[in-house]
Design a protein around this ligand. Structure first.
Ligand code: PCA
Length: 325
């Protein structure tokens, strides 16, 4: 009896171990570029929770935010090579690779959420095609709120930007800064406060989200509400890693991604007013842009779009005509 019960206990432990292993399933490491409080990261955390719940823990996604596991510029490559199975990045970061990736960072092409949704519908097939060739699958994309101007002094015209050390995040914004006569420097979001406090930069264009999360009131005085474009983050997975998942797990990932896209767009819309209010509460002057500034900015947008069209070829034409339909 004694022997038997010992055996049973051992068997029970072994069985329990096996069951835990089966339930534990696969864990994916997922690098993202932005800090935890960023609504994009919050949305991805919910996506990971949904995947885990829908698969009964068979697939867990561990998020490594703020470029902690892999630096922003390397995230796409890391997913492509299979170093990590999934990741998030700023789509316009790939502007130099192909202009199709930068359609949503063209100033004043799409400035409302409705237009941004139309632009994504037009841009998505091309983004998917290009990334598919690299072994990547697009899960979803979510826009940042409208991009506006942060400065130490009021900016009433493009001429006021002349000579300012200007923080940028991709080639398109760099071009805008240069056309405005400013001096661009590319800096990742987690490094913004330090770049301002050490004097590397003194102005930037970004969303109310990034401005408020970076505590912009510590280093600028004025927010000028130009809302020039709604650039997107995209979440991608490695196709081979996806194929290794069972059918039900694949379906769970896709349905959680669909929900994340809808939820993310809603979160983004709410961010705009919520984060402008936070900037205001912390003493930032919220300014409606002057007609002169808007005209100057729009003129830069027109020039940039013409150059973008010239470089984007037939894909670019197809994106624009689908967008304008
Ligand atoms: N925040 C990110 C991208 C656009 C935005 O609003 C940044 O400033 O880099």
């Amino acid at each position: 009896m004694r022997v038997l019960s010992t055996w049973s206990a051992a068997a029970a432990i072994a069985l329990a171990g096996a069951t835990t292993a089966a339930v534990a399933g696969t864990t994916w490491d997922m690098p993202t570029p932005y800090p935890d409080k960023t609504f994009h990261t919050v949305n991805i955390a919910q996506f990971a929770k949904d995947v885990e719940a829908k698969t009964n823990g068979e697939l867990k996604i561990k998020i490594h935010s703020a470029g902690s596991l892999i630096k922003h510029k390397q995230i796409k490559r890391a997913v492509r090579s299979g170093q990590v199975p999934a990741g998030e990045f700023f789509l316009g970061l790939l502007a130099n690779e192909n202009p199709a990736f930068a359609a949503d960072t063209q100033p004043f092409l799409a400035t409302s959420y409705d237009d941004a949704a139309k632009l994504w519908a037009a841009q998505r097939p091309f983004v998917e095609k290009l990334l598919d060739k690299q072994g990547l699958m697009v899960l979803y994309a979510v826009p940042w709120p409208g991009q506006s101007l942060y400065s130490k002094k009021p900016i009433n015209s493009v001429a006021d930007l002349k000579g300012l050390k200007f923080r940028t995040y991709n080639a398109a914004l760099e071009k805008l800064a240069k056309l405005a006569g400013a001096a661009p420097t590319q800096i990742e979001v987690p490094d913004i406060p330090q770049a301002f406090s050490t004097g590397r930069v003194e102005a930037m264009i970004t969303s109310p989200s990034t401005g408020a999360n970076s505590k912009a009131w510590d280093f600028i005085s004025t927010y000028t509400d130009i809302q020039g474009w709604l650039p997107k983050n995209v979440v991608v997975i490695n196709k081979k890693a996806f194929r290794k998942l069972s059918k039900p797990v694949q379906e769970a990932v896709l349905s959680a991604a669909k929900a994340a896209e809808v939820r993310g767009w809603e979160m983004s819309k709410k961010e705009t007013t919520a984060k402008i209010a936070i900037l205001k509460d912390n003493g930032v002057k919220i300014v409606k842009p002057s007609d002169e500034l808007m005209k100057g900015m729009r003129d830069i947008g027109v020039q940039m779009l013409a150059e973008w069209k010239a470089s984007a070829g037939t894909d670019g034409e197809a994106i624009l005509s689908a967008y304008k339909k």
